[in-house]
Design a protein. Sequence first.
Length: 509
Amino acid sequence: MKVVTPAEMSEMDRQTIAHGIADYELMERAGHCCFDVIDRETASDAKILVLCGAGNNGGDGQVVARLCFNQRRPVQVLFVGNPDHFTPNSERNFKRLQDTGVPYAFFTELDDNTERMIRDADVIVDAVLGNGLKNRPLYPNVAALFEYVNQSKAVIYAIDIPSGLRGSNGLTVGQAIRADRTLIIQNPKVGMLLEDGPDFLGEPTVLDVGISEQYTDSQKKVLDDESIPKLAKRLKNSNKYDYGAVSIVAGSRGMIGAGLMSSAACLRSGAGLVTTWVPESIYEIVAAQMPWEIMVKPYTQDNVISQLKQQKATAYVIGPGIGRKMLYADLIKWLIETGKPVVIDADGLYHLSKIKSVLSEHAGPIILTPHAGEFCRLCEITKDEYKENSTQIASEFAAKYQVILVLKGYRTRIFVPRGDDPAQCEIWFNTTGNPGMATAGSGDILTGIIAGLLSQTSRPEDAAKLGVYLHGLSGDMAAEQFGECALNAMHLIDKLPESFKTTKRNANE
Ligand SMILES: NC(=O)C1=CN([C@@H]2O[C@H](COP(=O)(O)OP(=O)(O)OC[C@H]3O[C@@H](n4cnc5c(N)ncnc54)[C@H](O)[C@@H]3O)[C@@H](O)[C@H]2O)[C@@H](O)CC1
Ligand SMILES: Nc1ncnc2c1ncn2[C@@H]1O[C@H](COP(=O)(O)OP(=O)(O)O)[C@@H](O)[C@H]1O
Ligand SMILES: [K+]
């Protein structure tokens, strides 16, 4: 399934209409689909209040209200928006609403009357603003209304997108409806998956109203159990060298766990051989704690490259817990010139940010796994610039440097460049994972998983996609068992076998 921007959604609407489905009919379908869900999930005597804007989102809301009324449900409409600004289809539906006899009123101020309407409602349908939202503050009376609605006890259904939430980036225009359920018309919008989007969305359901995604060239897609790459089948006639030898440069005094976790995760993800390189000063203690299967080797600032040269590796990791005291610029340069796949994470990204231009000269595949803060440092942008426009900036970065970018967050995105045009960059939005994973070490484990998979496939993008998906799935399984609060990074490693098995089953192998 494609993820779209509001502009791409509008283009899909336009094309669908141009190809023969009348816009009035589309609105009718959208309203019917929304009504069906609300009707199914709501007690027949529930008092329903539909908030309708003047645009087409409000038109969908009017259809819902009419259908509720026809089913003899207690329903009324509060128009939030100027009727002089009705779109043609909203106007048409308004006439039909009046003919049907649905009770309605117009909102001006949050007075006793409107407060009572909201207080009395069991269900509130939010059809004030949809895909046509512009990035400007709400009028103060509408902002006050939204705030009051958000405090109500009613179950809130947002049509298409919670009003006030920006479909382009998941920021609000200052205030937005906080929905319990969002009934998404046809395709998820980018902003539903980023920043505040998921918290305002509540539980989403995507409704098929007959708009075809062939009408957009969006390269943004949902990464779910249907779209994850398949796991490679192990041949009977194979040995450990067929599954890659990963060299991991990780850990430093005070952060030994990072190397332990990424190495253990790498091993669990199927790498044939894992060697972990640590500074001499922590060698003994790391070696004593490392799983038996993993080799641990010491290095110093001076001999690190010559040491690594002696060990034949098919993939490298640099970064988890290496700290900022030692200098790693030369090592990073050497690694990305080897032509072998390299995963750069955490403090490795810090060191990389000082020598970013070397990325232009990489010989083999590079996977970078920054969280938002690390990405901002790498791109020299502010947090606000990131929030406003992260999808565009990250596509440009991936295309410019020809690297696979794993941009971590609630819905981690994997950017896979396709040529040097950022618009052609594939962006995969992961669907697994939960806030319980916001805990020290979970990023180190992701890096280990990706590296383990990287050593087994010739398609680095598959390692990134599958790694992110499995990491999140392990997190969901761990949250199911322990709850989000008590979830620790090590639980992700414990759940890896189960998540591998589940995806294998889904892949029908
Ligand atoms: N053919 C189509 O375009 C279809 C559209 N559909 C519905 O139509 C919606 C999009 O409709 P529209 O393009 O009319 O847009 P909206 O209904 O989202 O709203 C546009 C209206 O809101 C006002 N507005 C925008 N930003 C504002 C802000 N920040 N503060 C206050 N007012 C603001 C505009 O002035 C305009 O009057 C979708 O979300 C979906 O619900 C569906 O019926 C399916 C088909
Ligand atoms: N709120 C959240 N919901 C889902 N996943 C999250 C959330 N917060 C963090 N994660 C995931 O946990 C990992 C954290 O990585 P990172 O920030 O590098 O942590 P650390 O450096 O402690 O290992 C990432 O994979 C990220 O996607
Ligand atoms: K809405």
